[in-house]
Design a protein around this ligand. Structure first.
Ligand code: 5RP
Length: 215
């Protein structure tokens, strides 16, 4: 099974790499699907300026010769490509399985085109818990208490920006309402619900084929 899933991640990632053009500014996501994107992009030998959503992506990307810079100077990106944990039919996503969702959302929101790449296990009928959270350390117990049904992730997981990684384990009746509630909760730096308006392309690997869902 894992071989099929890896093939699906690879074909989706390779299709996404083809969308990048010479001279583009590029946001690079995080995770095992993006791990197939980085060599596919490097192989194209394009002139790009890239930003990475995690230290892991930065390290692997640099090792492959991709020009990765800090995300402080560029004021917008032409394209960003990233994986997802859940993809709903209406385009809502859950991200942050790797705890990188805050940086990933900043990068996705900055891009003209945001391309999601995923294997066939990621499409879901409806969004459900867990929903990743990044929480400000100050007052974290009170923030968790206020959210209810949320727990810190094991191993004292932290983002590179110092936030504590947690997950919301309650009901998800309406992703939009939950996203609004979490965003409005003091102490929540960001959550892993990505709204459809942010997403332009979804590429799902199915065996050796790529299913394109345009939003
Ligand atoms: C990391 C993410 C990843 O994109 C998401 O977890 C999917 O990962 P993978 O490609 O390994 O299945 O949001 O924070």
């Amino acid at each position: 099974v894992s071989n099929v899933i890896d093939t699906e991640k690879r074909v989706a990632a390779e299709a996404a790499a083809e969308l990048i053009e010479d001279g583009m500014t590029v946001g690079l996501g995080t995770g095992s699907t993006v791990a197939f994107l980085l060599p596919a992009l490097a192989k194209r030998g394009l002139r790009t300026r890239c930003v990475a959503t995690s230290e892991e992506t930065e390290r692997i990307g640099r090792g492959l010769g991709l020009p990765i810079e800090s995300f402080e100077e560029l004021d917008h990106l032409d394209i960003a490509i990233d994986g997802a944990d859940q993809v709903a039919p209406d385009g809502w996503l859950v991200k942050g399985g790797g705890g990188a969702h805050t940086r990933e959302k900043i990068v996705a929101a900055s891009a003209d085109r945001f391309v999601v790449i995923a294997d066939s296990s990621k499409p879901v009928e409806r969004i459900s818990a867990p929903i990743p959270l990044e929480l400000f350390p100050f007052g974290v117990a009170a923030t968790l208490h206020r959210i209810g049904e949320a727990r810190l992730r094991g191993g004292a997981a932290r983002s590179p920006d110092g936030g504590m990684i947690a997950d919301y384990h309650g009901e998800v009746r309406d992703p939009s309402a939950l996203a609004g509630l979490l965003s409005a909760t003091p102490g929540v730096i960001d959550h892993g619900l990505f709204e459809p308006e942010m997403v332009t392309d979804i590429l799902i690997g199915r065996g050796e084929a790529v299913e394109r869902i345009d939003l």
